[in-house]
Design a protein. Structure first.
Length: 314
């Protein structure tokens, strides 16, 4: 049974009680967090520098190429004054971006199969060349060891409850004051949450411009369709189920160049000519009545936060 559209916009990102085990079917081309380690406990009297890190997505493979399109990945760096050790913390997909954005249509399974999780990664060291060559490595604040340890507790909570990657921001128009239907949940949002937590703990941030990448879909008011059971289950809506599967089919991995171009035309036909997009958000399906300009990648300023407590820092 389908319900009327929810009127609370944006739809709040859903948090979960635990992180489910990953299915062996889901495989990543590049290993998630290969050198990851536990977040250390810092001495209370330590003074820790906090760095804003930003580089083009897949910089390790394509250099600065995606940077020209302002498709950037964000992270945060720390340097302990007592030990001299550097650390990097970031949040990204367990199975790469494509798997988080579109499902697999597996034989013998009616419902689309999603390989979608995102998580925080913490490791010792800051790869200066990676962040500096085509991106940003800049000091934004300093914090105490006590504040760092409190942040670490928050990271654990955030990581255990916010488990699904959401690629798209969906809004009504390019106007800055337009209604946001859905907000993304990706690497930059984790960094923004981390900065806000540090500000709430008392960190004072430098006054510098900070920009972040968003991939935006433009749509009229979304229509709620249901969840996997209500659509694809035994008592589901077979017509709707077939439409959703048909929509996602052109986004599958391609074996030949010809297949790729055939499916690109199918995507253009459905999204732009027929104004259709099916969004999977919070384990639920929504229909987006797409409208011009349909999709846009923006690189806009989000100011560093201002805290409300007594401050320790710059």
């Amino acid at each position: 049974e389908l319900r009327a559209p929810r009127r609370r916009w944006p739809v709040p990102y859903r948090r979960f009680d635990y992180r489910p085990k990953t299915d062996p079917y889901c495989q990543a081309r590049y290993t998630f967090c290969p050198t990851g380690s536990a977040i250390p406990v810092m001495k209370e009297e330590d003074v820790i520098e906090v760095y804003r890190l930003q580089a083009p997505v897949w910089e390790f493979k394509y250099g600065g190429l995606l940077g020209h399109l302002k498709i950037m990945h964000d992270a945060v760096g720390f340097r302990s004054s007592l030990t001299g050790k550097n650390y990097t913390m970031e949040w990204y997909e367990l199975f790469q971006l494509g798997n988080c954005t579109f499902p697999h249509l597996r034989p013998g399974m009616d419902a689309p199969f999603w390989c979608n999780q995102g998580a925080a990664c913490f490791y010792e060291g800051i790869d200066d060349a990676h962040w500096k060559e085509n991106g940003t490595l800049v000091l934004v604040t300093t914090i105490s060891g006590t504040m760092f340890n409190e942040m670490a507790k928050w990271v654990k909570y955030d990581n255990e409850t916010g488990i699904y990657y959401e690629t798209w921001t969906v809004q009504a128009s390019p106007d800055k004051k337009s209604t946001v239907w859905f907000d993304s949940y990706e690497c930059s949002k984790f960094i923004l949450r981390t900065y806000q937590k540090l500000a709430d703990l008392g960190a004072v941030f430098k006054k510098i411009q900070t920009n972040y990448t968003s991939i935006i879909l433009f749509s009229g008011e979304p229509i709620y369709l249901g969840n996997e059971t209500s659509i694809f289950g035994p008592q589901g809506n077979k017509t709707l189920a077939a439409a959703i599967r048909d929509f996602y089919n052109p986004f599958k991995p391609h074996q030949t160049v010809r297949e790729f171009f055939v499916d690109i035309f199918k995507i253009i036909d459905r999204v732009i000519l027929n104004h259709q997009f099916y969004l999977f958000y919070n384990l639920e399906y929504w229909f987006l009545p797409m409208k011009s300009p349909y999709l846009k990648i923006i690189y806009e300023e989000v100011p560093l936060p201002v805290g409300s407590k007594a401050s320790f820092g710059v």
